[in-house]
Ligand binder design. Structure first.
Ligand code: HDE
Length: 711
């Protein structure tokens, strides 16, 4: 049951951060030592035309700080953006977990969420075909809990040992650092074509999930199976999901590429603007719970991060809501310096032995040491818990805390034995007592060896347009691969997933699907087998298709925050503009008026209409739908403006809702759109309700069947 959510009251974390904020308003400019600066334009010189003096401590301080402003970008997930907010559980989950933020529905837990792309550098485009990071830091009363997830529920590899190789393969190639933020190159496809365990994830990355319309419109997943632990010490397996209330929506690939040029900050801007305008992004936290006794009841291993549990097999229970309601004050201090780590746990949640997760538990702390410069990064304001911190860790670069105790060791008597260890009933963290009885081996369980069945499940679950997009994505990506043998090998892999998929991709590449599957050079093997004894397995899944895997079944009931372009020229019917705009805005959309020039256009009745953007700065790919309002003169003028015709053609090509007032039928005829036959999502007239319904559908992908729009 959904409870009323809390307001915009500052959280405990907001208040803590405020103590570290600075604002120069009405203040004098000073050095870092607080000395007021009298001249910030000129260095101190030996004479007006003389050399700068070494003693100019003000210049030296300013320049030194500048020279040291950069820190290493994240080795993966370098490009990101973040926001503050809060989480609240609907009802107590105490039956499964003792985590305070999941058992007390009255608790408001502050969160900081960072979204990211994976492969690109800090300055790369938002619309890369890529996985999106979805990292949530919960500042709970019992300490920080980080749920460091992605927008795709599986991963490329099963063991952390493989991660550096995989990342080297997907990153730009080492000899020339090409391509930026793209997997469409030889080394990535070389790697995945010989690593069958990547196949399921590759299918997801070739799907529209990898090109979201908005960060606010994507799901999040914890990926690994984690463990809830209740007060009695009983464990329950858990998979985490974030379900966006606006539904899951994506753009078209052609559109994504164009957005990358028109506005490489598209997702970052969208998130920022939504929050600034009070349209707070919201997700429900979902859990799939599996009793420990059922661990082996699945046709796959729960510890294998290349597998999902289909929602039809274990339903997702929605247990709480997250709202993002405040943009950061400073990108570097917050978004760049935030340090996530799957090992930041609170009592009530624990790990499993997923070998990918296990390796992450080492990597994240290690990477912060180099990225943030030493072991005191937990003292950076954005990383500080709201729970008090007391321990005997001391010193190191940039230590902030002034520890007063005479003892920096434990046990001690000089400080009365403080700080004390906490017993379990006092909130002390104890690891889940999993029984382990095994040999030490370097190898992998055979229960991880089915690499294709869930890739097939994913493909079978897609709608026809989604399947087409996957086929086209493979054609695009493999088309950029220069080595023929890599393309060939990949077709072999695809033939193991779905014959139709392999054949369609092969057709686009102008190559046959290989008749005999070249044995993948997969070095994954059971511990006691030789390198040649490995064979992927195929295990029948419990369901053949899963509705939850297709975005066609997502929420399509709202046009909130959707951006609608109105194309106008002199002579436009201003009353019609106002009526349509009023209806769209009251349904939550954002309307922008676009004309040949900025300023105003005069309407048919002489009334002036303010212009938001010119055709020079606006582009159809930055909008969700287009309206061409009434006013015969305006429509006639638009018919002579190639940018206006292109705008509508392109919006239509990308399957968006287009509404053309009947006064503008002549303009419609100038475009490549069908003027005389009905087409899905193409409306003629000014019926606002019908237009709103069409926009809410997000896209009319069926239009792609006729690919005759030159845009
Ligand atoms: Fe990460 N990952 N990862 N990853 N990851 C990092 O940590 C790593 C994996 C994820 O916004 C790094 O602070 C290893 C899966 C997100 O700051 C690094 C393995 C999932 C972010 C690292 C994985 C993720 C990272 C780089 C395989 C989804 C961005 C900078 C064993 C469940 C967090 C940093 C942010 C970042 C290592 C696989 C999600 C190097 C070794 C699976 C969202 O530590």
């Amino acid at each position: 049951m959904q409870k009323k959510q809390q307001s915009d009251k500052p959280t405990q974390k907001d208040e803590q951060l405020t103590r570290h904020t600075e604002d120069g308003a009405e203040q004098f400019l000073t050095t870092n030592q607080g000395v007021r600066i009298n001249d910030n334009q000129n260095s101190l010189k030996a004479g007006e035309r003389g050399a700068t003096l070494m003693e100019d401590f003000i210049f030296r301080e300013k320049m030194t700080h500048f020279d040291h402003e950069r820190i290493p970008e994240r080795v993966v997930h370098a490009r990101g953006e973040a926001a503050h907010g809060y989480f609240q559980v609907y009802e107590s989950m105490a039956e499964y977990t003792k985590a305070g933020f999941l058992t007390d529905p009255s608790r408001i837990t502050p969160v900081f969420v960072r979204f990211s792309t994976v492969a690109g550098s800090r300055g790369s485009t938002d619309l890369a075909r890529d996985v999106r990071g979805f990292a949530v830091k919960f500042y709970t009363e019992e300490g920080n809990y980080d749920l460091v997830g992605n927008n795709i529920p599986v991963f490329f590899i099963q063991d952390a040992m493989k991660f550096p190789d995989f990342v080297h393969a997907v990153k730009p190639e080492p000899q020339n650092e090409i391509p930026q933020a793209a997997s469409a190159h030889d080394t990535f496809w070389d790697y995945v074509s010989i690593s069958p365990e990547s196949t399921h994830m590759v299918l997801w990355v070739m799907s529209d999930r990898a090109i979201p319309r908005s960060l606010r419109m994507m799901e999040g997943f914890g990926v690994h199976t984690f463990r809830f632990v209740n007060e009695a010490g009983k464990g329950t397996f858990v998979k985490f999901h974030w379900k966006p209330l606006l539904g899951v929506h994506s753009v078209a690939w052609d559109e994504a590429q164009k957005i990358s040029g028109k506005d490489p900050d598209f997702h970052r801007r969208d998130l920022w603007e939504a929050i600034e305008s009070g349209n707070y992004p919201e997700w429900e936290l979902g859990v799939q719970l599996v009793p420990e006794e059922d661990e082996h009841k699945f046709p796959f291993d729960l510890l294998d991060p290349t597998k999902i549990i289909p929602e039809e097999v274990v339903p997702v229970q929605r247990i709480g809501k997250m709202v993002l309601n405040r943009n950061p004050d400073n990108f570097f201090a917050e978004t760049e310096q935030v340090a996530f780590h799957p090992g930041h746990l609170v009592p009530g949640i624990d790990f499993t032995n997923d070998p990918l997760l296990q390796g992450r538990l080492f990597s994240y702390n290690d990477t912060q040491l180099i990225r943030l410069g030493g072991p005191n990064f937990a003292e950076i304001p954005i990383n500080r818990p709201i729970a008090p911190v007391h321990n005997n860790q001391r010193d190191g670069f940039m230590r902030q805390t002034i520890n007063r105790s005479p003892a920096s060791y434990e046990p001690n008597t000089v400080a009365g034995g403080c700080p004390y260890q906490a017993m379990m009933k006092q909130g002390g963290f104890t690891s889940y007592q999993e029984r382990v009885d095994a040999h030490k081996v370097r190898g992998r369980s055979e229960s991880f060896f089915d690499h294709f069945s869930q890739a097939a499940l994913f493909f079978n679950s897609q709608s026809e347009p989604e399947k087409l997009h996957i086929i086209n994505a493979f054609r695009f990506e493999l088309g950029k691969v220069s080595r023929k043998e890599i393309r060939q090998r990949m077709l072999g892999i695809l033939s193991q997933v779905d014959t139709y998929l392999a054949e369609k991709v092969a057709e686009g590449l102008g190559m046959p699907v290989p008749e005999v599957l070249e044995k993948p050079i997969n070095r994954v093997r059971p511990a006691d087998a030789g390198p040649d004894e490995y064979e992927p397995k195929s295990v029948p899944q419990q369901v053949g298709a899963s509705a939850a895997l297709s975005m066609a079944n997502t929420v399509k009931d709202s046009i909130k925050t959707r951006k609608i372009a109105f194309l106008v020229a002199e002579g436009v019917d201003v009353a019609d503009v106002s009526a349509m705009k009023g209806a769209l805005v009251s349904a939550g959309a954002v309307v922008q008026v676009i004309a040949m020039h900025l300023g105003e256009v005069s309407g048919a009745d002489g009334q002036a209409l303010a212009v938001d953007q010119s055709f020079l700065t606006a582009a159809s790919v930055l909008f969700d739908a287009v309206y061409v309002p009434g006013g015969a003169d305006s429509a006639t003028k638009l018919s002579t403006i190639p940018a206006a015709i292109h705008f509508v053609n392109e919006a239509y090509k990308h399957c968006k809702a287009v509404c053309i007032h009947k006064d503008a039928i002549a303009f419609l005829r100038k475009t490549a759109l069908p003027a005389d036959t009905p087409a899905a999502g193409l409306l003629t007239g000014n019926d606002a309700d019908a237009f709103i319904q069409a926009i809410a559908q997000h896209r009319f992908w069926e239009r792609e069947a006729v690919d005759d729009i030159p845009a």
